[in-house]
Design a protein. Sequence first.
Length: 230
Amino acid sequence: MRIVVTTDTDELYNLEIDSQMAIEDLKALLETESGIPPEQQELYHNGQLLNEAKKLLEEYGVGQDDLILMRRKPTATLAPSGEAAGGDAMASNPNFDLMRQHVLRDPRLLQQLANTNPELARAALNDPARFSSMVQQLEQNRRHAEQQRMDMVASNNDPFDIEAQKRIEDAIRQENIAANLEAAMEYNPESFARVTRLYINVEINGRKLVALVDSGAQSTSVQKRPKHVD
C-alpha cells in the first residue's frame, strides 16, 4: 500500500510499504529517507502516537493513502512537570494544516473527502482554521467513543469493580424475578386472579363424597365433606 509521511518542515515522503510492516521497520525506512534516527522519530496517525515498536501498521488502522506525521523528539531530557504536561498536550495535537495541504495536493483524496464529509472538504479549500478545528473535534470524538467502549469492557471484565458487580447483580435479580413469576403463573395461577371453586357430589365405591373440580390442576383430588353440596 501507499502512505505519505510528512514532517513539520513540509517534507513529504511517498512510500510503498506492506500493511504488516512494524513501526520499528517503518522508522528504519524513514531514517534512510530523512536522516532522522529512529529513536528521535515520533510518528502520528490521526492524532495517535505510534509508539509500540513491534505493532503493525494495520493494527494502528493505517490504510491506503493515509497520512503519517513525523516529528523529531525534543533534545531536552529533563523539564518541569508543567512543561512536560504542555509537551504532552502539544504531542496529542499534531499540525492538522499539514494534513490539509496533503488533501489539497491530492485531487482524488479531496474528492473522497467531499463525498464523505462535504463540510470538511469545503473547510480544507477555504478555511484552514476551520479545517484544523473540525479534524481535532473528530479525533476527540473518536477517542471519547473508544474510551467509553474500553471502560465498559474493562468494567465488565473486572470482578472487583463495584459498579460492574451491581450491574451483574441487578441482571441476575431481574432474571430470577422473571423465572419465579413464570413458574408462579404456571403452578399457582390462583395467586394472580380470583378462582371460583366447583364442588360436585360423587359416589365412589358406594361412598358419597364431595369432589373439588379443578380443570387446571396437575392431578385430581377428592375431599371428604360432612354433607352434600346443594
